[in-house]
Design a protein around this ligand. Structure first.
Ligand code: HEM
Length: 581
């Protein structure tokens, strides 16, 4: 266990009682800021002790200080190795890694250490650029309290809460919770868990509700405190032409975000760097983040390289250093081993699509039914693009959609996505997956959708119970509420990078009365055929009154034309010469 911050430090774990629980001591008090972070600190501490033990065996003549220093160098190197290989590479992309000579060697030691370089973290990096990750934070985390698949907890509950680590066996569950929690993509959306409930005090019946902080405001304000120049200045600093109008930023910032920015800012000069960093969705590696990011990481690796190359360790210890692509997190206390393979690292896979998926590497279920490439059907020629933008969860093509949720009579929700986009897509794992919907100003509602299916008509069907967090947002009437929806990777993780979050309006399904009845029947029968038929029916039924009016007008015009044509006919006859009889 990590040492405790208070007088509890002298006690052994077994003597600690609930009232004694303290936050844990590391090099930085912020390590208690969230449970997963604290857990990683704990793991690294155990790794330190394990390696020190190994070193003591092979070098019994080393004193404590030497053991400590050598171990520290190895653990630092391991951590940096993991960071460069498992985080930076997917984050920045191979091209940038290579361009700045950041790619780790397959074997041997790097020798590019330059002790004259100043590795200090740049102000702009800490105060804006690297905070991009705040937009990755999910509102819901997999619960560590139970291993049942549909169990979630609000992010706020893991903040400054290292206490679960006190219970025996909890480390495994907390790691599972971290591994299985999807992060969001980098964009201008932030979970209300950090914009409204950051470090909010727990409420109970006797204490009034305490107000949470807003992390985004803090970030922007911190930029001002630190005197960061505005975004435009930053672009100039990076050698780019000075944008004069908002439209000059297109290409750097997507159109939708630009529109939103125009509403906020009278002039370009007011755009804060932090704002731009997250508004510039999907392009963390582009100028405004690339430079500080790369400079900092480059300097850091310069430090890292000699740690390996100068390290005075014997051949045997190469084994300790050899932490390949798979990261093994070892819980030495509980003797459990977690092999965090790349595929399991949702947090990384979700940030970035590691490769452009082509027809050949798509899963069979996603392959075209009619022979034509499925990806091309969805994205036109996008398949030929060399690399997806950074920051995008490889999300199914919902970009074109204007999704609408229908609240059904039984309280379930139905999501309608555009037919052309979702056609022929099936859920990869159709059971026990969750779609999170963030209702504006209301919080998060989780729809468990064990029968989830996206079928040829483009519906995601979420018929089962809707779990709202009773504490915060009892699922009352959500009709008329705006919503944002996050589609997690299970829907999307095989395809190109497109936004994973959408906004729309929840509509009343009374427009679809028959539909609601049919939905009920369908739920009971749960037969695929019936489901497909039903969905097709639903799709037709989803015509809006405006569409109906339009259709009516077209019919009336057509009828008018027919009547006019008929009336004209006798006149034409009159012009004919009389019969020759
Ligand atoms: C639950 C997750 C997180 C929470 C609650 C959180 C919260 C915070 C808070 C409250 C601050 C200080 C804001 C201020 O007053 O200026 C901060 C700073 C920062 N955060 Fe986060 N953060 C989280 C995750 C992350 C992640 C994943 C990253 C990057 C990968 C990150 C990067 C940073 C950086 C670089 C700073 C500035 C640190 C400094 O200036 O020394 N944060 N965060």
């Amino acid at each position: 266990m990590l040492p405790l911050i208070s007088s509890c430090a002298s006690r052994t774990k077994s003597t600690i009682v609930a009232s004694d629980l303290q936050i844990l001591k590391t090099g930085d008090s912020r390590s208690n800021e969230n449970l997963h972070l604290t857990t990683l600190h704990l793991i690294m501490l155990r790794q330190h002790n394990r390696i020190a033990g190994e070193l003591a065996k092979v070098s019994p003549h080393w004193d404590d200080e030497r053991l400590y220093q050598e171990t520290k160098r190895i653990v630092t190197a391991q951590l940096q190795h993991v960071t460069y290989q498992e985080l930076l590479e997917p984050l920045l992309g191979q091209e940038i890694m290579d361009r700045y000579n950041l790619t780790l060697l397959d074997e041997g030691f790097l020798t590019a250490y330059d002790e004259n370089l100043d590795p200090t973290v740049a102000n702009s990096f800490a105060t804006a650029a690297f905070r991009f990750a705040h937009s990755l934070l999910p509102g819901l985390m997999r619960s560590y309290e139970t291993t049942s698949p549909g169990s979630w907890m609000l992010l706020r509950k893991v903040l400054f809460n290292p206490f679960p680590l006190y219970s025996s066996g909890s480390l495994d569950r907390i790691l599972q919770s971290a591994i299985k929690t999807d992060v969001q993509k980098t964009n201008r959306f932030f979970t209300t868990e950090v914009t409204q409930h950051l470090f909010e005090e727990p409420q109970n019946e006797t204490s009034p509700k305490k107000c949470g902080l807003d992390l985004v405001s803090l970030n922007i304000q911190r930029g001002r405190d630190h005197g960061l120049p505005g975004y435009v200045k930053w672009l100039e600093h990076c050698g780019l032409p000075r944008p004069e109008q908002f439209k000059d930023l297109s290409g750097l910032i997507d159109e939708e975000s630009l529109k939103a920015m125009k509403l906020l800012y009278d002039t370009l000069d007011y755009i804060r760097k932090m704002t731009a960093s997250v508004y510039d969705a999907g392009s963390v590696v582009r100028v405004e983040l690339e430079l500080p990011f790369v400079y900092d990481t480059k300097y850091t690796i310069m430090e890292f390289r000699p740690i390996i190359s100068r390290s005075n360790v014997s051949e045997d210890l190469a084994l300790i250093l050899n932490i390949s692509r798979d990261l093994y997190i070892m819980d030495f206390e509980d003797k459990n081993y977690f092999n965090l393979r790349q595929a399991d690292l949702n947090s990384v896979c979700n940030i970035y699509s590691p490769a452009v998926y082509t027809c050949s590497n798509l899963e069979p279920t996603l392959k075209p039914i009619a022979g034509e490439c499925f990806l091309n059907q969805l994205f036109g020629s996008r398949e030929t693009e060399s690399k997806p933008d950074f920051g995008s969860c490889p999300i199914l093509a919902l970009r074109l959609s204007k999704p609408i949720f229908y609240k059904m009579a039984d309280g379930s929700l139905l999501y309608q996505a555009p037919k052309q986009v979702l056609s022929k897509v099936q859920c990869r794992e159709p059971v026990s997956k969750t779609i999170s919907i963030l209702l504006f100003d209301k919080g998060i509602i989780t729809i468990n959708s064990p029968q989830c299916s996206i079928n040829a008509s483009g519906f995601i069907f979420a018929p089962s119970t809707i779990n709202s967090d009773a504490e915060m947002f009892p699922l009352r009437d959500i009709i008329g509420q705006g919503f944002k929806i996050d589609f997690p990777c299970w829907v999307t993780d095989r395809l190109l990078a497109v936004p994973s979050r959408h906004t729309g309006l929840v509509r009343d399904a009374s427009e679809l009365t028959d539909f609601a009845g049919a939905l009920h029947d369908l739920e009971r029968s749960q037969e695929n055929d019936g489901y497909n038929r039903y969905i097709n029916f639903a799709y037709q039924s989803s015509w809006t009154p405006i569409t109906m009016m339009g259709l009516l007008i077209v019919i009336l015009i057509a009828m008018g034309a027919v009547v006019a044509f008929r009336r004209k006919k006798p006149t034409a006859k009159l012009d004919l010469p009389p019969p020759l009889v």
